[in-house]
Write a protein that binds this ligand. Structure first.
Ligand SMILES: Nc1ncnc2c1ncn2[C@@H]1O[C@H](COP(=O)(O)OP(=O)(O)O)[C@@H](O)[C@H]1O
Ligand SMILES: [Mg+2]
Length: 183
């Protein structure tokens, strides 16, 4: 830990399809921000589901509840000077809007980043084998395939990860933070 921490808190929510690049970009950005002295926490969807949201499934209601829990936690961190990086699918616009509203009402900075990798590229990457399982009929309710993904209308940033490196994608989010006076 460095002595002089940067304590401008903010939540950066990375929304997008499975294998879009949310987690990868979040950890790349986290490393860079830590090097610069920021307090950083990554609230990754998979870890969250193992602990904070253990027991929740993938129905519309449970997905909404999951996003509200993560949003609550991210806002607490942001309010206390932490960059909360949140690589969580968050497929429903109303869930994301509720999180944004919570931040606004609490005076915490909130940025929505749409990792807008096309489903064809995501299913080609298939980091966790979910697209293959869905195609084989071993899994249903896969976001973007046979479960809804409501694209953000007005994200603070849209990333086309299929056209850039991980470093470039993370740099784009970093540039946004800088532009907003948060980094
Ligand atoms: N510009 C990029 N940004 C993020 N990931 C990328 C990019 N280009 C290629 N990838 C690759 O895409 C995959 C994304 O996986 P992951 O980050 O786990 O996705 P998600 O968390 O959205 O499900 C990784 O294997 C990563 O190396
Ligand atoms: Mg992930």
């Amino acid at each position: 830990m460095q002595e002089n921490h940067v304590t401008t808190g903010a939540t950066v929510w990375l929304t997008g399809l499975p294998s879009a690049g949310k987690t990868t970009i979040a950890y790349e950005l986290a490393g860079r921000l830590r090097d610069e002295g920021h307090l950083v926490e990554v609230l990754d969807g998979d870890e969250i589901r193992e602990f904070l949201s253990a027991g929740l499934g993938f129905s519309r209601e449970d997905r909404h509840t999951n996003v509200q829990r993560v949003g609550f936690l991210a806002e607490l961190l942001a309010r206390n000077g932490v960059k909360a990086l949140v690589p969580v699918i968050a497929p429903y616009a109303d869930s994301r809007d509720a999180v944004r509203t919570r931040h606004r009402e609490s005076g915490s900075a909130y940025l929505e980043v749409h990792v807008a990798t096309p489903v064809e590229v995501c299913s080609e990457r298939d980091v966790k084998g979910l697209y293959a399982k869905q195609a084989a009929g071993e899994l249903s309710g896969l976001t973007g395939v046979d479960d809804p993904y409501e694209e953000p209308d007005a994200p603070d940033l849209r990333i086309e990860s299929q056209h850039q490196t991980v470093r470039e994608s993370a740099a784009a989010v970093h540039a946004l933070l800088t532009e907003r006076g948060l980094a």
